[in-house]
Design a protein around this ligand. Sequence first.
Ligand code: PHE
Length: 474
Amino acid sequence: MSHERVHFGSKLGIILATAGSAVGLGNVWRFPYMAGENGGAAFIVVYIACVLLLGIPCMVSEFIIGRHGASNTARAYTKMAAESLQASSAQASPSALRRSRALSKAGALIGYLGVLTGFLITGYYAVVSGWCLQYVYASSVGQLKGDASYVTDYFQQFSSSLFMPAFWTVAILLICHVVIIRGVRHGIERASKVMMPALFVLLLIIVAASCMLPGAAAGVRFLLEPNFTALNGNVFLSALGQSFYSLSIAMGCICTYASYYSRQTNLLHSAVQISFVDCLVAILAGLMIFPAAFSVGVSPDSGASLVFITLPNVFNQAFGSWPVLGWVISIAFYLLLSLAALTSLMSLHEVATAFFFEEFHITRGQGALIVTAVTAVIGIFCSMSLGAMPGLSLGGRSLFDVFDFVTGQIFLPVGGFLTCLFLGWYVPKSIVRDEFTNWGTTSRRFFSLYLFLIRYLCPLAILVIFLHQLGWLI
Ligand code: PHE
């Protein structure tokens, strides 16, 4: 069966869908607490530098491979590898040819790694996304009202119980499924065009409410006044890891979405615009959380429990004298979180759906069904490992943490590293240049800089974080 390749319908659709993948729990849930733990604004400056020098080049690289291949991530890498082999085999000696063949096979494998990473992370990401849905429900029926210890217990009991987290995991995967089976234009693009502006409006409303609280200025200062004495090696590594995670790099998502881009899409401009939106949302999320946290005297560096424990407390205390406003804001906040999670989950789901659909010659609906079913099972197990079935662990980590660790800390850097080497050193420069400049029709001003970054700086920086993580392991 051959499939007619679809494209996104508009430039705005491209930006919103890809920014939808990038803007996710990472921005609202992970970024603020990382900034809080690593010195506030100083962290943000380092983070922006990482996005500019490393994130954007890696994103452009995935765009190039995805659009060039116009197919799912595994096949896109395979095609690029095969074409590069062909180009290099013309004047090669037999030994060079053998080496080139081996490298071409290795290149194709990077694509499979991307699909696998995306697939595995979907289930675990769905669990946290499901928590957001539960919190929309809980805040709307007033279940989150209570003192600090009540809110802590609520989260602990909920996240470790058997049924509800599994229910919400499946629910969010089903919502995602419904969008995905409608296809790229009518499903993903249309949903992103509604959800992303909605997310942005909600965000602005909550930022305004948060900044108007008494004593909020201290939180704004904490976020926006750089304190460079807080910077150390760890801060750089956290910023780098966070920038890759936040831009959805090395999970197949960017590459898969780029396969729906047209030949007119300016890849560098798109990467810059998407990264800008992603950074903006992350910083606004900080502006939403810190002023409110400072206003009620809650420490901003409360780790991952920030949005599920600290914030309900903040909503209860900060809006104590305006309970209805507090109620509306907290529903709006969890709705925002759910939307952000959903658009990212869609992109993760699409990686594997496109793979099954194109490689196994089945329909899109069947491909999506396989992905939804398998990731639901993974998600349920991950969720149960947090309390209902503590036996679901490996080497002292719960299954949930294992998935987080293996995908985020191992597969992600390995995939990013290999992609840079593949495109920077193996693929002929002419192919990369043609894609970068849309076959000579757009400016090639930044091409040499881009090539330098993906050849040297990006692989080196990724290697350093990876080794650092291994150092922690030992
Ligand atoms: N970028 C998303 C976020 O910020 C997370 C994500 C990673 C989504 C990888 C898709 C793929 O939450």
